[in-house]
Write a protein that binds this ligand. Structure first.
Ligand code: UDP
Ligand code: MG
Length: 155
């Protein structure tokens, strides 16, 4: 089953939305296989946001991501990268659709509460960046038969 990397940003942690976001993840039927609090530094952010290092807002983005600890999650599910990006919503919270996490919980293009991997290839790279192999628990929950039909799992 696919996995994805999610970061609950300082704008989530400081606004006491950790529980709201994790609650929605669990209610959707997405399996949490890794979870830890971390203080990010510029080194890891330069890797994680390599596609943005040259942009004028990068220093501010970096500062906003180091403003408090973050919570890093590994999520597991069928097509979970696509499913969770849809739950995340558009990058700018003001443009994110109501019902999405950003569309319900933020008003900012930068302080947009969560990061979510954008492809299965990037998810693998990002999980390896933020988690040691032994910190990811690739377990099968007891309720799997109630989360999925056999057809879902055999595609
Ligand atoms: N960001 C920003 N200004 C912009 C675009 C992006 O501050 O004009 C920040 C924002 O926090 C975003 C992050 O950079 O979540 C990563 O940008 P990306 O385009 O990868 O968006 P995402 O994948 O997070 O939707
Ligand atoms: Mg991105």
């Amino acid at each position: 089953m696919e996995q994805t990397l999610v970061i609950l940003k300082p704008s989530c942690v400081e606004r006491c939305l950790i529980g709201e976001v994790i609650s929605r993840i669990q209610r959707r039927g997405i399996i949490i296989t890794g979870m830890k609090m971390m203080q990010l530094d510029e080194k890891i952010l330069r890797e994680h946001y390599a596609h943005l290092v040259e942009r004028p807002f990068f220093p501010e983005l970096c500062a906003s991501m180091m403003a408090s600890p973050v919570v890093c999650l590994v999520l597991k599910g069928v097509d979970v990268v696509e499913v969770f990006r849809a739950m995340t919503g558009a990058t700018n919270g003001r443009k994110a659709a109501p019902g999405t996490l950003r569309g319900d919980f933020c008003m900012s293009g930068q302080a947009n509460i969560i990061h979510a991997s954008d492809s299965p290839e990037n998810a693998k790279i990002e999980i390896a960046r933020f988690f040691k192999p032994e910190e990811v628990f690739d377990y099968v929950p007891q309720n799997l038969d109630f989360l999925y039909a056999k057809d879902d799992l055999n595609q």
